[in-house]
Design a protein around this ligand. Structure first.
Ligand code: 5GP
Ligand code: MN
Length: 370
């Protein structure tokens, strides 16, 4: 039997194959796992963003609604401060960061009997949580929208790539449960706010990955009472002056555009220190060069503590995911991906990043070394 959400899409031929994992058998399995679990952990990828925190927070409130009293969100590292507003109702005892409390979080993961994995496709994306997840005897549920999910690592998988965000996928999973019964008003308002936030950040406020299902979700969440103006203000209008000053410096002095139509920015530690860059301050920068005609791919390289992080965005017809997988030790979505450069395997240091990017994107886009 198909669940309601799929029946609703039956009029749209292109949508018929969407969200196949949301069927009555998987939903029943999920409901039975939840009702039998005593200790539940919710985890997401390292450096959690709006979608990661939005989906974890919404699931936390849903599980509370189901009567669960031992739910712990475990993060590899702390989320950016601008997301405080969605997690402010979760007590500190239920939201723990591995880098701050490694012993306690390790024990919680070890003792959990059900673990939800949200917004990532393989344990390696959780960094230091990976060995705990791989070694855990708990049942594991995946809810994710990335390419190439490692389904074999999970007891139950909800995976869909033609969707805006993990938050949108989770929304549809929750709507299909008997307690929510396809009525968003049955979801706690805090969960609705978190889901709207996650979808909004992953679509860059409806500028990419926006499907008919995304707008249906947004409409239902608005009708259920979500204050979207407040969310937009929290996400986009609370930055410090430093962020805009840094953006000015980047656009004037650091942005490079190659003959292949690759725009790239290398942000070293010194520049970040000079502009007091905090986690989340460079959010959105990598998308901006795609506004220039002829730019096919945009890359932001950021020197981080002990690692060099890479963000890649591409126009339709060029695969950011392919480039990330082939040359930047990463992956993600077709037009939004990420990865890292390893020192000294890939480059001797951040000063060699520009040459590496130019050489490898040239090979990637032209298929030769000239
Ligand atoms: P961002 O550039 O916003 O950090 O990431 C863009 C997308 O690429 C996200 O969906 C993210 O999950 C994915 N991504 C970022 N870093 C990595 C990585 O190191 N490995 C993989 N497989 N995906 C990544
Ligand atoms: Mn996501």
């Amino acid at each position: 039997m198909k669940c309601n959400i799929i029946c609703n899409f039956a009029t749209e031929k292109t949508q018929e194959s969407k969200m196949q994992d949301i069927n009555s058998s998987n939903i029943q399995k999920l409901e039975s796992m939840i009702s039998q679990a005593r200790k539940i952990a919710v985890v997401t990828h390292q450096k959690p963003d709006g979608d990661a925190m939005g989906s974890c927070t919404a699931l936390y409130h849903f599980l509370s609604l189901c009567g669960k009293d031992s739910i712990r969100i475990i993060l590899n590292d702390r989320y950016p401060a601008y997301l405080d507003f969605i997690v402010s109702d979760i007590p500190d005892t239920d939201l723990l960061v591995f880098s701050e409390r490694p012993l306690e979080t390790g024990i919680i993961l070890r003792d959990s009997d059900l673990i939800f994995c949200l917004d990532f496709n393989a344990f390696s994306r959780t960094d230091k949580l990976e060995p705990f997840l791989a070694g855990s005897k708990a049942e594991k549920v995946l809810i994710d929208h990335h390419l190439n999910p490692d389904r074999a690592a999970f007891d139950l998988s909800f995976s869909e790539t033609d969707i805006s965000s993990a938050s949108e996928l989770l929304y549809n999973v929750l709507m299909s449960t008997s307690i929510i019964a396809q009525n968003a008003e049955n979801l706690p308002l805090k969960a609705c706010t978190a889901l709207m936030t996650g979808m909004t950040t992953d679509t860059n406020n409806f500028s990419n990955s926006t499907y008919p299902s995304t707008l249906l979700m947004a409409s239902d969440l608005l009708a259920a009472g979500v204050d979207r103006d407040e969310i937009i203000s929290r996400i986009y209008n609370q930055y410090g002056e430093n962020r805009l000053r840094l953006l000015g410096h980047i656009l004037k002095d650091l942005l490079v555009i190659t003959d292949d139509g690759v725009a790239y920015i290398v942000l070293d530690r010194n520049t970040q220190k000079k502009y007091s860059v905090a986690e989340g301050d460079t959010e959105g920068f990598v998308n901006m060069p795609l506004s220039i005609a002829g730019v096919r791919m945009s890359i932001l390289v950021k020197e981080d503590e002990g690692r060099i992080r890479v963000s890649i965005r591409s126009r339709r017809g060029t695969s950011a995911n392919g480039c990330a997988r082939q040359f930047f030790n990463g992956g993600g979505h077709e037009n939004a991906a990420g990865g890292r450069l390893d020192v000294p395997k890939d480059i001797p240091g951040i000063e060699a990043a520009a040459e590496y990017i130019e050489r490898h994107t040239h090979i990637y886009l032209n298929g030769d070394n000239e």
